[in-house]
Design a protein around this ligand. Structure first.
Ligand SMILES: Nc1ncnc2c1ncn2[C@@H]1O[C@H](COP(=O)(O)OP(=O)(O)OP(=O)(O)O)[C@@H](O)[C@H]1O
Ligand SMILES: [Mg+2]
Length: 295
């Protein structure tokens, strides 16, 4: 607790000093108490591992890494689902080329549609008649939708449910971390110092809520010139090892900026993007005890 307090910094109102510290403690206790109230596994669901992909920082590739991880696990023969917790900025259905609405199953629960490779996908965008319609919702509605994606969706038997988080440590990420029984979180960053700073906030939030950090992926680490093979570090030199050390988390590996990855996502064919370097990043992750699904 004392360590968390030191790491966490400001009270929600930004006050410093003795009074601020008291408020900070009260606030953290409230967050911890709420975290105890994890939602139970819904009837009809048997989900062995629930893994969040988070960063704190926007646009670093959380959704891409979520989709790549889900595809990797599915290619390995696992039964996989993806819960899109980015309610107001959903990208998961597009990446997997899934556009059908969920159907209604037993007990009135939603049955998630599946990608071409058999990954089950649930996202608010699948419930909208127009996928470009904005979702202008405040916190309680966003939190309610995320909880329903856990409790009211017939995920069935899954080895892994991967949860794609929106940026920040606001209502949606907090709801996931507090309400869904996560087995761990994969952290996504870029070499930029600015990203590292924001990522640390998200990791501190996860640690406050006793969520194990399974490892760090550095996305957009470099770009390789197709003609010369020369690597260019657009966001500066790799920060993977230093940041992983600071976060006390395993460094899973670095992914380059690859236009064919963005293009595969745009075509809804992220599952077809299979590269040795992606396998290498996730091979390290699957050896983590938190990822082992069979005794
Ligand atoms: N390694 C990569 N190479 C090329 N393009 C990438 C790579 N990673 C992500 N992108 C592209 O960058 C953009 C942002 O990626 P993505 O949506 O995965 O990030 P995000 O962290 O989920 O963003 P947000 O914070 O908005 O949820 C997308 O257009 C994606 O296709
Ligand atoms: Mg995203």
């Amino acid at each position: 607790m004392a360590e968390n307090r030191a790491k966490t910094g400001n009270a929600p109102n930004g006050d410093e000093g003795a009074a601020g510290n008291d408020e900070n403690q009260d606030w953290m206790e409230a967050v911890r108490r709420a975290a105890i109230a994890k939602l139970p596994m819904a009837e009809g669901n048997n989900i062995r591992k629930v893994i969040a992909v988070m960063s704190g920082k926007g646009g670093v590739g959380k959704s891409s890494v979520t989709a790549l991880l889900a595809s990797y696990l599915s290619h390995q023969g696992a039964k996989v689902g993806v819960l899109d917790a980015d309610v107001t900025g959903p990208s998961i259905p597009k990446l997997f080329g899934v556009h059908e609405m969920p159907t209604v199953g037993e007990g009135g629960k939603m049955v998630p549609p599946e990608s071409a490779g058999g990954v089950k996908v649930m996202s608010l965008n699948l419930l909208l008649s127009d996928e470009e319609a904005p979702v202008i919702w405040r916190g309680p509605l966003v939190s309610g939708a995320i909880k329903q994606f856990w409790s009211e969706v017939l995920w069935g038997d899954l080895d892994y449910l991967i949860v794609d988080l929106p940026p920040g440590t606001g209502d949606a990420p907090l709801t996931v971390m507090q309400s869904i029984p996560l087995d761990g979180a994969v952290i996504v960053s870029t070499p930029q110092k600015l990203a590292a700073m924001v990522v640390k906030k998200a990791v501190n939030a996860a640690r406050m809520l006793d969520i194990p950090i399974l490892g760090l992926v550095e996305n957009m680490s470099y770009v390789q010139c197709p003609d010369t093979g020369k690597r260019m570090e657009l966001f500066g030199p790799s920060n993977l090892k230093d940041l992983a050390r600071e976060l006390e988390a395993p460094a899973l590996g670095a992914l380059p900026i690859d236009p064919t990855l963005a293009e595969a996502g745009d075509r809804g064919k992220i599952e077809e993007y299979q590269k040795p370097m992606v396998d290498e990043v996730f091979r390290g992750l699957t050896s983590s005890p938190a990822m082992v699904t069979k005794g």
